[in-house]
Design a protein around this ligand. Structure first.
Ligand code: NDP
Ligand code: HSE
Length: 445
């Protein structure tokens, strides 16, 4: 006779978009999870704020509680899906201090307090898992933490925020302006009523910090990430991009490179960037996420899939839960924090990339030479110039693409241009993420 498997008690903290799907799937696929983990995984408590609120799935009212101690203490496993820093941090630490393994999808918490959580897990021998914190269902955390542990990662670049990708994609494909596309994202439930964390790039910055820490074995927090959101992207920027067979995406970029002092370091940034339409990230549509990882031995890998939503995110949470449950039954541990490299975080001003700048100028003799001399004065080399008629008589639009330049030098150029009598307006300055010079050739050429 086979022995019936033990039961592991799980507390689910939060029963919103993701938590409710985790509870549903644990119930619906209980036998499969028992077989995979070697024990039945039973939800015994669900921590919420409003026990009487309507839920996406039916939850036994007897499980609901507003008391964290009742929910957490003495459990085998805790799933944290409350979000935000507090009280999530306190609850996760409470669980870890009791040796209870924790699975969380909380990127804000990890990017702000990751080392503290890792330490608490190591002290008590508990597991800390967070696949759902970056790119929802896409297994990029596992990819970096485990599958690529044998490689030297040089660069991670990706679209890690579904809301902003939906907005930019809507602007590119329908010609909508930013506000209109944001409204559509809110109508469809992608963007929150307060979309700040998404559109200002903070959500992507937290994910970028997590990816960089894993890729470069170095502690990277959200404050290390240079962040620029998408609020300033206009319909004109997007149609201009399309004119040059480009599109605009919000990119999270973490790279290993040599800093100005000659030492190797890590640069982490989130900003909108122009991509040629044949770039692998350019075709990532709607609320999807995709991450390119470049390893010295593996070469380039692409992770792609649904980066948000209840069920896709629950899939990632549940894979972590099976791993943590299996360790309870069979022994073993989640990988510990790996920060042995201790690489310095490089100054954002030293970042080197290409730029595309759109200027409105007086259409008169010598303007181009005035503009070019400003670039030359600041050591920024021009790669291509395209001029056409502007909105009114005597006006022109000049689109200039640069060779790779220092961020600080480009800022100085933009400032000098804005002061120049030759220039009416610096209409936009957007980074170009491509080494391919064809990216700035007009579509008609
Ligand atoms: P929701 O806002 O939908 O749900 C949050 C849940 O937490 C609610 O059930 C809420 O209770 C409960 N809660 C909030 N504050 C407290 C508190 N102080 N005490 C007790 N319970 C509380 O969040 P999501 O499900 O969308 O997100 C959960 C986590 O997953 C976040 O960290 C998020 O970043 C992450 N994530 C989310 C994704 C998504 O697509 N939604 C994708 C990837 C990660 P009540 O219902 O009673 O108000
Ligand atoms: N707000 C996030 C996004 C949810 O739009 O990608 C997933 O982390």
């Amino acid at each position: 006779m086979t022995e019936s498997p033990a039961t592991l008690e799980v507390a689910v903290l939060g029963a919103g978009t993701v938590g409710s799907q985790v509870i549903r799937l644990l119930e619906e696929q209980a036998d499969d999870f028992a077989a995979r983990a070697g024990a039945r995984i039973r939800v015994v408590s669900v921590l919420v704020r409003h026990p009487d609120a309507p839920r996406d799935v039916e939850i036994d009212p007897a499980l609901l509680t507003t008391d964290a101690a009742t929910a957490i203490d003495g459990r085998d496993l805790v799933v944290e899906l409350i979000g935000g820093i507090e009280p999530a941090r306190t609850y996760v630490l409470r669980a870890l201090s009791q040796g209870i393994s924790v699975v969380t999808g909380n990127k804000a918490l990890l990017a702000a307090h990751g080392p503290e959580l890792y330490e608490a897990a190591a002290d008590s021998g508990a597991d800390l898992y967070y696949e759902a914190a970056v790119a929802g269902a896409v297994p990029v955390v596992y990819g970096l933490r485990e599958s690529l542990a044998g490689d030297r990662i040089t660069r991670v670049i990706g679209i890690v925020n579904g809301t902003t990708n939906f907005i930019l994609d809507a602007m590119a494909t329908t010609g909508a302006g930013y506000e209109q596309a944001l409204f559509r994202a809110q109508e469809l439930g992608y963007a929150e009523a307060d979309p700040t964390a998404d559109v200002d790039g903070l959500d992507a910055a937290a994910k970028c910090a997590i990816l960089a820490s894993l890729a470069f074995h170095t502690r990277v927090g959200i404050d290390d990430v240079e962040v620029e959101g998408i609020r300033s992207i206009t319909a004109e920027d997007m149609s201009e991009a399309s004119f040059f067979t480009q599109t605009i995406k919000l990119l999270a970029i973490a790279e290993r490179r040599v800093g100005e002092d000659g030492r190797e370091g890590v640069a982490v940034r989130v900003h909108p960037a122009l991509l040629p339409t044949d770039h692998p990230l350019a075709s990532v549509a709607g609320a999807y996420n995709a991450i390119l990882v470049e390893g010295e031995a593996a070469g380039r890998l692409m992770f792609y899939g649904q980066g948000a939503g209840g069920a896709p995110t629950a899939s990632a949470v549940l894979s972590d839960l099976v791993a943590a449950a299996s360790h309870r039954v069979h022994g073993g541990h989640a990988p510990r924090e790996s920060v042995y490299a201790h690489l310095p975080i490089l100054d954002p001003g030293s970042a080197r990339t290409r730029y595309q700048m759109r200027l409105r100028v007086e259409d008169r003799l010598g303007v181009l030479s005035d503009v070019a001399s400003i670039f030359a004065r600041h050591g920024v080399s021009i790669q291509s110039v395209h001029q056409r008629d502007g909105r009114g008589p005597g006006q022109a639009v000049i689109v200039i693409a640069t060779h790779v330049a220092r961020e600080a030098d480009l800022r100085a150029v933009a400032h000098a241009l804005s002061q120049s009598p030759a220039v009416r307006e610096v209409a936009s300055t957007i980074r170009i993420e491509s080494d391919d010079p064809r990216s700035v050739v007009p579509a008609a050429d």
